[in-house]
Design a protein around this ligand. Structure first.
Ligand code: F6R
Length: 263
């Protein structure tokens, strides 16, 4: 697992985007991105949009698959992940909306939505670069603690702590849905590369669990230790509980120039 520790949250966005652009440079123009919602990747998306506008990155032929969606929120609701991904990813990056996919969280289609989403990812050739945030309880996607490490896209119940964390987007916690549809940990692990971004002290414990283990369903993101191409981009606060923090900095600083980004 590659750990990149940045001096500020803003730098996490810049380095996260630079890492994604670095991977994308070696891929075909019809690459497939996996995209997360939430606050963590917003600075990364803003920087990716800047790279697109500067002509340094072209995702006009790319596809995108979101990690998850709330159950029971209409797709045109501003807090739906359909609308959030359109607003924060697809439009700023000038992606073709027809190739931007979000799981179907409508109650009437829930029993088949997971399999349909898995089929759509497979039909697109699989995810090339999966962008992740992480919950304070270690969830990735909405794979809450004790999720199967081999899980596929399905309905999940949000943990009380996740509903409390996400209440900031709603007018009250009572409005936060109890259920979601999320890519499974097995689905996420199928991505060819993973770039996880996290900032702030509230993520420190989860980042320590993800990077320094053990691999356990109690900290679902820890499964990324089994991924051959996972990069974790964090600021000093999110890195603060890592016992080998100075070692990760030294390893990254000692990389050959062509491989290292300037943190
Ligand atoms: C979002 C998602 C979640 C978030 C996580 C962190 O699609 O799947 O795993 O990445 O809840 O959220 P923020 O970034 O808002 O702290």
């Amino acid at each position: 697992m590659e750990v990149i520790i940045c001096p500020t949250p803003a730098r996490v966005g810049e380095i996260g985007a630079a890492k994604i652009a670095q991977i994308a440079a070696g891929l075909r123009s019809d690459l497939v991105l996996g995209v997360a919602t939430g606050s963590s990747p917003l600075a990364t998306y803003a920087e990716l949009a800047r790279l697109v506008d500067a002509g340094a990155l072209d995702v006009s032929n790319a596809s995108a698959f979101a990690l998850d969606e709330y159950v029971g929120i209409p797709v045109d609701h501003p807090l739906s992940y359909h609308d959030t991904i359109r607003r924060t990813v697809a439009e700023p990056l000038h992606m073709d909306l027809a190739r931007v996919h979000v799981p179907d969280g409508s109650v009437e289609h829930l029993s088949t939505a997971g399999q349909r989403y898995e089929d759509a990812i497979r039909a697109a050739g699989g995810v090339d670069i999966q962008i992740l945030g992480i919950g304070t309880n270690g969830h990735v996607g909405f794979n809450e603690p004790t999720s199967s490490l081999a899980s596929r896209t399905r309905m999940k119940t949000l943990a009380p702590s996740t509903r409390a964390d996400n209440a900031r987007f709603f007018s009250s916690i009572d409005e936060v849905p109890h259920h979601c549809i999320t890519q499974g940990l097995g689905t996420i692990m199928d991505a060819r590369s993973v770039v996880l971004v996290a900032t702030g002290a509230s993520k420190a414990q989860a980042i320590a669990a993800v990077v320094e283990g053990p691999v356990t369903a109690m900290w679902p993101g820890s499964i990324l230790q089994m991924h051959p191409h996972a990069t974790i981009v964090v600021d000093e606060d999110a890195a603060s509980a890592l016992s080998l923090k100075d070692y990760y900095k030294k390893v990254y600083a000692d990389l050959p120039d062509w491989q290292r980004l300037d943190v």
